[in-house]
Design a protein around this ligand. Structure first.
Ligand code: HEC
Ligand code: HEC
Length: 280
């Protein structure tokens, strides 16, 4: 009798365990998404690195009016829109207004599904066929400032990559530097200080030596970008460098360090804050 009930309870346990295993949820589209790819799409979704069909008929429009289609133009490299590094990036006939949304905060307060639905939404979005040559910041800006209708441009998988980038891939810039904003968009200014915060400069120097010096030189002056060294670029455009380092400089040999942690980014910023080691 005792043996029988033992065997029975053992069998029950086996059934329960196999049952549990069977009911393990399938990975969701979000689980399968790639934040690294999302970061590339956020920069320029039609880039070769993003795997976009380079024979698409829309490519001419995208390239001619790039800033009307790149997420980073309207939402900023720091996802802070007009309240971030793009506080001074006013519109021109060749680029729309920066959005006042704090996309970083929205991405962390909304659910994965809500963000996906916002990407997929068609109402209130600008049709790809809209003639952007009529855009004028002072007299005809409404339509051009609208978020493009990405439902016609991106696959569901790419939208999930973007959602994962916004939720998990994007760096919280408030953790890697201090910044003072004065004035208001589009004539405000951002002044950066305390790059790398409590990061470790020695670890950042080592990171730079292992991952950057080969191309940029040990003092960051080998390649000049907009006539700036790596040190100067980082100190002037602290909001942008973190994205380039993590997701790559598209169209160049520099690929992103997508698994880089916030702590490593802090260390790197701390190292690059030194004008002695990384001169202008
Ligand atoms: C031309 C400017 C523009 C571009 C380019 C753009 N957006 Fe937007 N985006 C907006 C505006 C304006 C809104 C606010 C209106 C709205 O929510 O419908 C918005 C809203 C959003 C929202 C919804 C936020 C909320 O409140 O729920 C998300 C998410 C978003 N954008 C992500 C992106 C991503 C990712 C890209 C690139 C694939 C992108 N946007 C490209 C202008 C733009
Ligand atoms: C394989 C070579 C290579 C490596 C490794 C590399 N870069 Fe670059 N980097 C480049 C090239 C090429 C450019 C583009 C220069 C240009 O646009 O003229 C670039 C651009 C940049 C820019 C300017 C981005 C812009 O918007 O113009 C910064 C900042 C930068 N790199 C920093 C770094 C840092 C920091 C590292 C290490 C984490 C690094 N790079 C690693 C080759 C490299």
């Amino acid at each position: 009798m005792k043996t029988k009930s033992l065997i029975l309870s053992f069998l029950t346990l086996v059934v329960i365990f196999t049952g549990c295993k069977k009911s393990d949820p399938e990975p969701t589209a979000y689980d399968n998404a790639d934040a690294g790819k999302g970061g590339i799409l956020y920069d320029k979704f039609w880039a070769t690195e993003a795997g976009y069909d380079q024979s698409s008929a829309n490519l001419t429009t995208f390239n001619a009016k790039a800033d009307f289609f790149r997420c980073k133009q309207c939402h900023g490299w720091d996802l802070l829109g007009t309240n971030g590094g793009y506080i001074s990036r006013g519109p021109k006939t060749s680029r729309p207004d920066v959005s006042p949304l704090n996309l970083f905060q929205i991405a962390h307060s909304k659910t994965e599904q809500e963000l996906f639905d916002a990407m997929k939404k068609t109402t209130g979005r600008r049709a790809v066929s809209y003639d952007l040559s009529t855009y004028d910041p002072t007299s005809n800006a409404t339509e051009g400032n609208k978020m493009p209708d990405y439902s016609a441009l991106l696959t569901d998988a790419q939208m999930w990559d973007l959602v994962k980038f916004m939720k998990e891939g994007a760096i919280d810039v408030t953790k890697i530097y201090d910044v003072t904003y004065t004035g208001a968009y589009p004539t405000g200014t951002a002044t950066y200080a305390n790059l790398g915060k409590d990061g470790n400069a020695a670890s950042g120097d080592a990171y730079y030596a292992n991952n950057c010096a080969g191309c940029h030189g040990s003092d960051g002056k080998l390649i000049l970008m907009e006539e700036m060294s790596v040190g100067k670029f980082t100190r002037k455009k602290a909001y942008e460098v973190q994205h380039k380092v993590k997701f790559g400089q598209l169209g160049s040999a520099m690929v992103g360090a997508t698994t880089m942690t916030e702590a490593q980014m802090k260390d790197l910023y701390k190292a690059l804050s030194s004008e002695t080691k990384f001169p202008e």
